[in-house]
Design a protein around this ligand. Structure first.
Ligand code: UD1
Ligand code: CA
Length: 440
């Protein structure tokens, strides 16, 4: 994009209907604050300046999302959308066009915004509008002979204006100098006693500035969030979109309605994912990986051909090489597991380095935490660990070693040897089971 541009994101509203102590724009969508989605989209547009206008819980919002490329304006009290944008004007690069976005409209797409920005050029006002079957609650786009003349809010509209089905999404691009001139002229003599940003349209028309419109591709792009129900509805739409994108890349999903991606999921060829899996942070799945049902995978790399789950949990720092099997009720954290190794049942592998062709028996636990510090467990290639073994870290199991079932390993196990720690098995002949005493 040739133009330098300012982006102002309005995020000062309280969000009373969320009924929450957390500021509305920090509520997560796909694991990320809704405002962070808008900021990331703004970044994709290469703006000269991104300014976020905060009010309610503003300090908390700023602390959560602070970044060197963001400028912050405080709007206190909140006197309307026009008053909100006015707070950002001193931070803007004056002559450049300004794009206005909303912290509670998280799914707006960069491609749609590029169309709006192109429609505006350097010296026109561009509005993102949509035609709705039910326009109730929105500002209406008033046209005369096809030309936009003003926007009227629902509460200020007469009966004829309420029938207009073209609505204002709120998103617009205005030439910077004109915007700085118009905003201080806005009045608040309207049904809500607010300084309406939408009143700049009539000011542009009065100056003879062309007002143009562009439209979103999908209705969810401009959907705002005011309640937990709307948040959940947009979450489902977003997850469905992410699932469609994965399938488009060739990923097999058992049910696109039953996968949750809360971060970045990178998949190789012929990956298949069964139902009810949750992916958080950055997860990389190699070619041919199979994720069985009900797995939770966070910040992990899974090598080609590996099979995970059902009911497995891969926590941050998990690095699996190719053809690794992690089965049911197995948790792996901050550990690397080399090729062809298996932990198929009921195990905890934490802070461990596991070699190739290792078999981790059912119920094996790395005791990585002594109550104060974490310690590492090293399991070298070709080790066989019997069931119900505890590896008390720091400890190393040498190459080719075998640990007998039930071993509590507190010192290193030598390579190629059998190590067992349980006491010798004894049998007591003539032993009797206790019997219940008769009450006197
Ligand atoms: C606004 C538009 C309306 C449009 C609708 C789309 C105006 C006057 N009206 O109405 O034409 O159809 O959005 O949803 O702009 N905000 C602030 N500070 C304020 C007031 C609002 O930051 O002082 C923020 C809110 O947090 C919210 C956004 O601006 O994210 C919109 O405010 P809201 O009061 O919901 O505007 P609407 O009445 O819905
Ligand atoms: Ca609104």
């Amino acid at each position: 994009m040739a133009l330098t541009m300012n982006i102002v994101i309005l995020a000062a509203g309280q969000g009373k209907r969320m009924r929450s102590d957390l500021p509305k724009v920090l509520h997560p969508l796909a694991g990320k604050p809704m405002l962070a989605h808008v900021i990331d989209t703004a970044r994709a547009l290469n703006a000269a300046k991104i300014c976020v206008v905060v009010g309610h819980g503003g300090e908390q919002v700023r602390q959560s999302l602070a970044a060197p490329d963001l400028a912050w304006a405080i709007q206190e009290p909140q006197l309307g959308t026009g008053h909100a944008v006015l707070q950002a004007i001193p931070l803007a690069v004056p002559p450049a066009p300004t794009l206005v976005l909303y912290g509670d409209v998280p799914l707006i797409r960069a491609a749609t915004l590029r169309r709006l920005i192109e429609a505006a050029g350097e010296d026109q006002l561009a509005l993102l509008t949509a035609h709705l079957a039910n326009p109730h609650g929105y500002g209406r786009i008033v046209r005369v002979d096809g030309e936009v003349t003003r926007i009227v809010e629902e509460k200020d509209a007469d009966d004829a204006e309420r029938l207009i089905r073209e609505i204002n999404t709120g998103i617009l691009v205005a030439p910077g100098a004109a915007l700085a001139r118009w905003l201080p002229q806005l009045g608040n003599r309207n049904a809500q006693g607010e300084y309406y940003l939408t009143d700049i349209v009539a000011l542009a028309v009065a100056e003879g500035m062309p007002v143009v419109t562009a439209h979103p591709d999908a209705p969810w792009e401009t959907a705002g969030i005011n309640s937990k129900a709307q948040l959940a509805a947009l979450e489902r739409i977003h997850q469905r979109n992410l699932a469609e994108a994965l399938m488009g890349e060739g990923v097999t999903l058992a049910d696109p309605a039953r996968i949750d991606v809360r971060g970045e999921l990178v998949c190789g060829r012929d990956v298949s994912i069964d139902v009810n899996c949750v992916f958080e942070g950055r997860v990389v799945l190699g070619d041919g990986v199979r994720i069985n049902a009900n797995c939770v995978i966070q910040d992990a790399v899974v090598g080609a051909g590996s099979i995970i789950g059902p009911f497995a949990r891969l926590r941050p720092g998990t690095r699996l090489a190719e053809d690794v099997h992690v089965g049911n009720f197995v948790e792996v954290k901050n550990s690397t597991i080399a090729a062809h190794s298996k932990a198929n049942h009921l195990a905890y592998i934490g802070d461990a380095t596991v070699g190739s062709r290792v078999n981790v028996g059912a119920g094996t636990i790395t005791c990585n935490y002594d109550g104060a510090n974490k310690h590492r467990t090293v399991i070298e290639d070709d080790v066989f660990i019997g069931s119900d073994t505890q590896l008390v870290a720091p400890v190393t199991v040498g190459r080719g070693a075998t640990l007998g079932a039930g071993t509590t390993l507190t010192r290193d196990a030598p390579p190629d040897a059998l190590t067992v720690s349980r006491p010798k098995q004894i049998s007591v002949t003539g032993w009797k089971r206790p019997v219940k005493q008769k009450k006197a």
